[in-house]
Ligand binder design. Structure first.
Ligand code: GUN
Length: 288
């Protein structure tokens, strides 16, 4: 049996946030401003990236945000991508710039991220925005951890004093997630591939955030009874039946749902919030 409120409905929470953003876009335009505009750069043919970009563009459309897609061949040179970023930085009709990751191997992703104007960096990956977040200053916050924080706020309200464990230390999720949780006055541990006794660390956590990219790594017996579990993983695995694939998170959902008080599903948990927070960041970039 699952208790009422067990499953954190990221899709519904994201839909409310998106409706709220759409209202703000309408109000902005009623006051005479143009629609917020997001430039989306997709290099190559990565199938997951193509789906993400398509979803981001459709979400922009529904919120009344203009999106300008720039698709480039996998063979694009680093210099040409840096050139495109420079043009978008200089374009007053562009509020936000998103370069979809991963990039092909001939391109240094960090160099490209650092070339984006921090004021248009709606992904929040630029070192200036990472530094702003780490020092508690206002800036752009990466969309996935921001979405996770919004889910925690909606589910738990005040999280000050809570023990939080973040599994994963990536620049996209783990590190900014830790900064956000510190900002919300949680007690934060960051675990990673070198951490000793991960199950024991996990069992102490009131808030458990898994962002490692390993299918169903977090087992039910790792979860503290009554904990809130946020599953950032999106892993495609073969179906047991042998036909096709399905998406699973970094958490073994059926086991963890027996123990947790609240848990995000995959899909329908964190994913929709990432997109909603991208719209929120784009609106913020336009308001600058
Ligand atoms: N690839 C996977 N997640 C993201 C993201 O949040 N932003 C960008 N630009 N690329 C990604």
């Amino acid at each position: 049996m699952t208790a009422t409120g067990l499953i954190i409905d990221g899709k519904a929470i994201a839909a409310r946030l998106r409706a709220d953003i759409a209202q703000q876009v309408i109000a902005r335009m009623a006051a005479g401003a143009r629609a917020p505009a997001l430039a989306v750069v997709l290099v190559g043919e990565d199938p997951a990236s193509q789906v993400y970009v398509k979803n981001k563009i459709e979400a922009c459309r529904q919120a009344g945000i203009t999106s300008i897609e720039h698709r480039r061949d996998t063979s694009l040179s680093e210099a040409d991508l840096l050139d495109l970023v420079a043009r978008l930085n200089a374009d007053p009709a562009v509020d936000g710039i998103l370069v979809q990751l991963p990039l092909p191997p001939q391109i240094d992703a960090q160099k490209v991220i650092s070339a984006i104007s921090p004021e248009k960096d709606v992904d929040g990956f630029h070192p200036v925005n990472a530094g702003r977040l780490a020092t508690g200053l206002d800036g752009f916050v990466p969309c996935t951890p921001l979405g996770c924080l919004r889910l925690l706020e909606q589910t738990l309200g005040d999280i000050s004093g809570a023990e939080a464990l973040v599994i994963g230390r990536s620049n996209i999720v783990g590190r900014p997630m830790a900064s956000l949780l510190i900002g919300a006055s949680a007690t934060v541990t960051v675990a990673h591939s070198r951490s000793r006794d991960l199950p024991e660390l996990a069992r102490r956590a009131d808030i458990l955030i898994a962002a490692v990219g390993r299918p169903e790594m977090v087992r039910g017996h790792w979860v503290k009874p009554g904990a809130t579990v946020i599953d950032v993983g999106i892993n495609r695995v073969a179906r047991e039946s042998g036909t096709g694939t399905r998406l699973v998170g970094d958490v073994c959902f059926t086991e963890a749902a027996e123990v947790a008080a609240h848990i995000t599903p995959v899909p329908g948990g964190v994913g929709p919030m990432t997109i909603a927070c991208l719209l929120e960041n784009t609106l913020k970039a336009a308001a600058h």
